[in-house]
Each structure stands twice: as structure tokens, then as C-alpha cells.
Design a protein around this ligand. Structure first.
Ligand code: AMP
Length: 574
């Protein structure tokens, strides 16, 4: 297998594609890229979505653009608005480090005026649906006389949708010495006709469905300290804002626990396991199928009845004992021509299982680097920007209120408005991640410390206003409570205790550390006394609660109290 460097791809592009995880070329890229980088070479590629064709035509096209000449030099035609936006986005990602390179998507069903303005500002590559491009040509907004490359993507689909004449019309205004690149999943006669009519001596390439079975699934493991497993899970979810996946846990209890934590932290999650009634399970599965739930936390057995094709991720919250289960789990993503990612969050002692699985599936795992706070903020912001770009504007309904909004924002220029819009989200993210610190990966050979703390950091969450708490932050007090995991204490139970015993305003809870026999949790300093007064001495979990401010070492009274109950008196203070 060749490298992108060996195919002749420019380092500035390689830098960008490495960032999005393209390590080595996919087969269609290996064939097409070097050929298209040559002069006057045309291609007909029989390749389906999911084979990597966008980069196959996108990288050479980008590389051949003369950035100083601000005129459309390449046109990519595709059948739908979604594909149009997708291709334009991919090209923008690939050209991240190519300063001043402009890619503009134009498609039907959206305001033509803003597209005209975008084209007038100058562009190098137009990605278009055929009908809209013709409108723009007729309005003299799109001038194709400098175009050197024309891509027909999903050409068979365009013919099915009746775009044959539109394609003819467009090609009529593109110089004759252009290159044509035709990508199609099938080769109906209509395509052969186009090829015959418009192409010189194209190279024909057939790329088999690369997406069958688990071939198109990436396997990644994250090696973490046991105490950080949940934090890493959240980071993975935060780093993939459009994630739609199943998180597999080993036991029903763990499944419920992780789902509860995710919900508390503001994620769109739910649980599926054998302790739920059939009606409850059907309800959850239905919500997941229609994507009302983004993250389903499930046991292997319960997830069996669930048939969903387009999952983006499978997350193994720990590896299963048998390799078969891993193969089943990961086989749930990367179906029907899509790519997928199977992630395993593991600790050191599970490393040997990775090796066993690699042998079985005949594929290597990549070791993932835990996303940093900065990387997550960036991803989330770009996801927001993406949504802003793709939202469909209801021109009619919004028309009446726009004048007063324009008047109100009149004093701000465009850059200011964008900055403020982005800051709505950015401030929330930065607030959470700037203090969250980075998560350390365990070093090989490092023994796990006994009694290691289980840390729950509240999430950046998904819905604004939720989960912006920080771990161990200023302004918070750390409280001790004489209940631990052994008593069945969970973070939700601590919050429940406060809800049940402290009337009025909700108490904000910071970091929670659950230990075997006792636990710590943080509340705002201003709430400290109120919480202690309300909870200390209350009967719950079949005993009288002891709640006090955590100290470097327990008070003598408390020591007696703890020791008297046969509990380990070791606990850490601030
Ligand atoms: P496409 O057929 O262009 O829709 O690509 C299918 C998927 O493969 C997309 O998610 C791409 O981001 C991804 N992809 C394309 N090329 C590579 C590569 N060389 N390595 C890893 N992923 C890739």
C-alpha cells in the first residue's frame, strides 16, 4: 500500500487530512489520485459512497487550483443538497491549510441571493446541484469559462433524477478542453452515453464495495486509568457531536449507572438492559431508532433485538470476555455502505485482549489519543457553525420579524455578529474545559493504586445551561458522607438526598468521588452549612447519615464513628 506522499499529494493537504484521521489512502484514492494529478487525464470510476471517492477526486482538484486566479476552476455536480454540502465540507476540511482557497456550495431550496453574493465574492471550486447551477449561470452569477475540471458525482443518481439535460446545458458553457471525472455506483446506458459524448479516452476504474462486513470499521482503543473511564467516554461523545451509537457495558448495573450519569450530565442517552420490562425496552428502542436518543447504553443481550443500520460509533465500555461479542458489537456499525468506528475504552490489564481480538478480526486497532479540551471545543464549535450553515431558513415565516432584528443589530458588523453568535456556545465550553484539566494515559508497567478514586466530573453536556460545573473548583466546599459504593450510593442518589431534604432552590453539586465505604461531594461554599444541617443525622439507606466538611484527616469523633462501623478510616481531604 502506498502513502499519500508517494501518490504525490501536497504536504499542506496531507497535514489537513491527517488531522481528520486519514492515515493511508483507500483503494480508489490509490488508483485515482496519481492519475488525476497528471495532465488531461479523465476518469470513470465505478465506486459507491463510502469508498473514499470524495478525497479521490477532491485532493487532486484542490492541488491543481491556482489560488491567485480567483475564478471557478472546478465544478462538482451532485444530485442532492445534502451531498452538495457534504462534498463542500470535505473539500474545505482537506484545504484547511491552503490559505484563501474558496469552495462554495450552491443548491436548490435555499436563498439564491446569498449564493449569488457568495459567488460574487470570488470562488475557486463550485459544488452544485445541476438545476441551481443553471439558474446561477442564467443570472450571470456563475461564470464557468475558466473551469478545467468537472466532476459528476453519483452520476447514475443524477440521471435517475432527470438531470441529464441540465448536465448537457452546464457542459455547454464549460471550455471543451476540460477534464471530466465521472463517479457512479452503477453504469447504466445513460452514463455510457455521457462518457462517449463528453469524454476523450477516460481511464476506467472499478472499486469493489469496500464496505462489506466489518472492512470499513475503524477499531480504536483508548488506554485509560480505571478512574477516568467515564471521563474519557464523555470526551469521546463531546468530540463527536453527531455521534449516534451504542455504548456496551458488561453488567445491567453498570449499564444503568452509566446511562444515569450521562443523562445527569446533559447527554441525550438512555439505557437498555434486561431489568427493564418489555414495554420499557420497546419504548427505548423505538426512541433510539428514530434518533430521539443519540447514545444508547446497553448490555449485549438486550441490544440483540435492535436493528439499526446507520450507527456512527460502537463504544465498548471495557472489552467483553469473549471475542465473539466484540465482533458482534463492532459489526453493528459500518453497515450498508457507511463507515463506522468501534471504540474500546480499556485499562492496562485488558491490553492482551486487544491483541486477541486483532488476530480474530484480522485488523489492527489504532491507539487513540484522548481528545484535549481545546480539540473538543474546536469540534463542537465547528459542529455549531455547520448547523448554522445547513439550517433551512423558512424565508416566509421569518420575513416579518427580520427587519426589527436587523434594526436591533444594525450597529454590529458581520464579524461582530458571528463572534457573538459563536460566543454563546464557546463561553459555555471554555468555562467547562479550561478547568477540567487533561486526562493522563496510564504508563505501561504502572500498577493500579489500590483504592483509586472513581471520579465523576460533571459534563460539558449537550443542552445549554446544563452541566457546566467544574471539578474541584474555587468557590466549592468538599463534604464527606458516610455512605459509599458498598451501600449502593450513586451520584444521582446524592442529588436525590438533597432534593428530598432541602426544600427550595436546587443545590448545585460539583465533583463527586465515590469510594467503597464513604464518599465526597462538592457543593458551593455558600450552600455548605445548609447542606450539612439538612443531611447530617438524617436517616437514609437504613442508617443515620454523617455529613461534614472534609478535612485532611478525620475528626476524632468521626474516626470513632467510622472505625466503630468497621470501616477503613482512610479518606482524603482537600
Ligand atoms: P466517501 O466515499 O468520500 O463518502 O468517504 C467515505 C468515508 O471514508 C468518509 O467518512 C471519509 O471521511 C472517509 N475516508 C476517506 N478517505 C479516507 C482515508 N484515506 N482514510 C480514512 N478515512 C477515509
Amino acid at each position: 500500500m502506498k502513502t499519500f506522499e508517494e501518490l504525490g499529494v501536497d504536504p499542506v493537504i496531507i497535514r489537513a487530512i491527517r488531522e481528520i484521521g486519514y492515515e493511508s489512502p483507500m483503494p480508489v484514492q490509490e488508483e485515482v489520485i496519481p492519475y488525476l494529478l497528471g495532465n488531461n487525464n479523465e476518469v470513470i470510476a465505478l465506486a459507491q459512497t463510502g469508498t473514499g471517492k470524495t478525497a479521490a477526486f477532491g485532493l487532486p482538484i484542490l492541488q491543481k487550483i491556482n489560488r491567485k486566479q480567483v475564478q471557478p476552476q472546478a465544478v462538482v455536480l451532485c444530485p442532492t443538497r445534502e451531498l452538495c454540502l457534504q462534498i463542500a465540507d470535505d473539500l474545505k476540511d482537506y484545504s484547511k491549510y491552503m490559505d484563501d482557497l474558496k469552495v462554495t456550495p450552491v443548491y436548490g431550496g435555499s436563498s439564491i441571493e446569498s449564493q449569488i453574493r457568495a459567488l460574487r465574492r470570488g470562488v475557486h471550486i463550485i459544488v452544485a446541484t445541476p438545476g441551481r447551477l443553471i439558474d446561477l449561470i442564467n443570472r450571470k452569477a456563475a461564470d464557468l469559462k475558466s473551469v478545467r475540471d468537472v466532476v459528476l458525482d453519483e452520476a447514475d443518481e443524477m440521471l435517475n433524477m432527470g438531470f441529464s439535460e441540465s448536465i448537457d446545458e452546464i457542459l455547454a458553457v464549460v471550455p471543451e478542453n476540460r477534464n471530466m471525472l465521472l463517479f457512479s455506483a452503477t453504469m447504466p446506458t445513460g452514463i455510457a452515453k455521457i462518457a462517449k459524448k463528453y469524454m476523450r479516452t477516460p481511464k476506467e476504474i472499478t472499486i469493489g464495495r469496500k464496505n462489506e462486513g466489518a472492512q470499513n470499521v475503524r477499531h480504536i482503543f483508548y488506554m485509560v486509568n480505571a478512574k477516568d473511564k467515564y471521563l474519557v467516554l464523555k470526551r469521546i461523545a463531546d468530540y463527536n457531536p453527531n455521534i449516534y451509537g451504542i455504548i456496551f457495558c458488561r453488567t445491567k448495573k453498570e449499564t444503568q449507572e452509566i446511562a444515569d450519569l450521562l443523562i445527569k450530565d446533559g447527554y441525550n442517552a438512555d439505557s437498555l438492559h434486561g431489568d427493564l420490562s418489555q414495554v420499557q425496552r420497546d419504548y427505548v428502542m423505538q426512541k433510539f431508532r428514530i434518533r430521539n436518543i443519540q447514545l444508547l447504553v446497553a448490555t449485549d443481550v438486550a441490544a440483540r433485538g435492535l436493528d439499526v443500520d446507520d450507527l456512527t460509533h460502537i463504544i465498548n465500555y471495557g472489552l467483553p470476555d469473549d471475542i465473539e461479542s466484540y465482533t458482534h458489537r463492532s459489526g453493528r456499525t459500518g453497515r450498508v455502505g457507511k463507515t463506522g468506528t468501534s471504540i474500546a475504552i480499556i485499562h492496562l490489564k485488558e491490553k492482551h485482549k486487544v491483541k486477541d481480538i486483532e488476530k480474530q478480526i484480522n485488523k489492527k486497532f489504532e491507539q487513540g489519543a484522548i481528545p484535549t479540551g481545546k480539540q473538543i471545543c474546536e469540534r463542537q464549535l465547528f459542529s455549531l457553525v455547520d448547523k448554522i450553515e445547513k439550517v433551512s431558513v423558512n424565508e416566509e415565516e421569518i420575513q416579518s420579524i427580520m427587519p426589527s432584528i436587523y434594526r436591533k443589530l444594525d450597529w454590529l458588523d458581520k464579524e461582530d455578529v458571528i463572534k457573538r453568535l459563536i460566543s454563546l456556545e464557546f463561553n459555555r465550553l471554555i468555562d467547562y474545559y479550561q478547568d477540567a484539566g487533561e486526562i493522563e494515559m496510564p504508563q505501561e508497567g504502572e500498577r493500579r493504586r489500590k483504592g483509586e478514586r472513581q471520579t465523576y466530573e460533571r459534563g460539558a453536556g449537550r443542552s445549554s445551561g446544563k452541566g457546566t460545573g467544574r471539578a474541584s473548583e474555587k468557590g466549592f466546599s468538599r463534604l464527606f458522607i458516610n455512605l459509599g459504593k458498598i451501600d449502593g450510593l450513586r451520584p444521582q442518589a446524592i442529588i436525590g438526598l438533597m432534593n428530598d431534604n432541602i426544600p427550595g432552590r436546587k443545590i448545585e453539586v460539583g465533583r463527586i468521588d465515590l469510594l467503597k465505604n464513604f464518599s465526597f461531594f462538592e457543593v458551593r461554599e455558600t450552600d455548605r452549612d445548609r447542606v450539612i444541617r439538612a443531611l447530617d443525622g438524617v436517616k437514609a439507606f437504613g442508617r443515620r447519615l454523617a455529613v461534614e466538611e472534609a478535612q485532611a484527616s478525620p475528626s476524632e469523633d468521626r474516626k470513632k464513628q467510622i472505625e466503630g462501623k468497621g470501616r477503613a478510616p482512610r479518606y482524603r481531604g482537600n
